[in-house]
Write a protein that binds this ligand. Structure first.
Ligand SMILES: NC(=O)c1ccc[n+]([C@@H]2O[C@H](COP(=O)([O-])OP(=O)(O)OC[C@H]3O[C@@H](n4cnc5c(N)ncnc54)[C@H](OP(=O)(O)O)[C@@H]3O)[C@@H](O)[C@H]2O)c1
Length: 245
């Protein structure tokens, strides 16, 4: 088996750390993107203690210099990238309606969830193109689904978070733009929703009642990274099944 080189952003905790753990347990090298280097180091060490080939890559998705430096380090160390998971994200407006969201909060949300993924994807694409089986995965949310948002009967209808929902809907469209441009190349693009998970994502809502662990939330991204049939390029998944945009 060829060891794949896999970068996950926001991998020092939560779903990102679990994606790294599950990919690493399959024998691949995981590069843990982390804006807090100490937290990233600690996370990488916990994985190495479990026998996983894990390294930290300092990476703040909102800082283009940091992203460029990370890409230069991966190019120097690995020469290519096989899997990129745009996982880093924030959710700060879950208890706010549209009229209550301050412009700055909206901007920060777009900055991390959308422009961060754009910067990382664009900067790492040349390295993904060097892979024999490149995979670019955006970690989105059911809350970014236009199909869900336009259905008054949707179980997500009660959820606010307009900035977050806009950022994830736009992240989905970014994935479709990449998918269109990369169709027929060696880089497959996909999007997933982890479902509601017990992580520290939302500082306002206690997630202990969420139905999924971080490991459950990681599962579909790992499947897309390592197992998905490449012909399924350009689709949106949850629980390893296609869902509506
Ligand atoms: N949990 C859920 O129920 C759920 C549901 C749907 C979608 N998602 C999505 O799943 C992804 C992971 O969420 P999670 O639940 O694992 O949340 P989490 O535990 O809060 O982890 C978020 C990660 O993103 C990182 N991050 C935030 N801003 C960053 C930046 N500017 N640069 C680099 N890293 C940054 C955080 O780093 P720090 O530790 O430094 O803050 C952390 O590692 C997100 O995209 C989220 O929207 C989660």
């Amino acid at each position: 088996m060829t060891k794949k080189i896999c970068l996950i952003t926001g991998a020092n905790r939560g779903i990102g750390l679990e994606i790294a753990a599950q990919i690493g347990q399959r024998g691949h090298r995981v590069l843990l993107g982390a804006r807090d280097i100490d937290a990233g180091d600690d996370a990488a060490k916990t994985l190495r203690d479990r026998g996983i080939d894990a390294r930290v890559v300092p990476l703040d998705v909102t800082d283009p210099d940091s992203v460029r430096a990370a890409a230069a380090a991966v190019e120097a160390g690995e020469g290519r990238l096989d899997v990129l998971v745009n996982n880093a994200g924030i959710f700060l407006d879950s208890i706010k309606r549209t009229e209550e969201v301050e412009l700055d909060l909206f901007r920060r949300t777009i900055e991390v969830n959308l422009l961060g993924a754009f910067t990382v994807g664009t900067t790492f694409l040349p390295l993904l193109r060097k892979s024999e089986d490149g995979r670019l995965i955006n970690m989105s949310s059911d809350l970014g689904s236009l199909a869900q948002a336009s259905d008054p009967e949707s179980r997500y209808n009660a959820v606010d978070g307009p900035a977050y929902r806009v950022s994830k809907a736009a992240l989905n469209m970014l994935a479709l733009a990449w998918a269109k441009e990369l169709r027929g190349t060696n880089v497959a693009v996909s999007v997933c929703s982890p479902g509601w998970c017990r992580t520290g994502l939302d500082p306002h809502i206690d997630s202990s009642a969420a139905p999924n662990s971080a490991a459950d939330g990681a599962d579909t991204a790992v499947w897309l990274a390592l197992d998905m049939d490449r012909s399924q390029h350009g689709r949106f998944y949850a629980k390893r099944r296609e869902i509506a945009w």
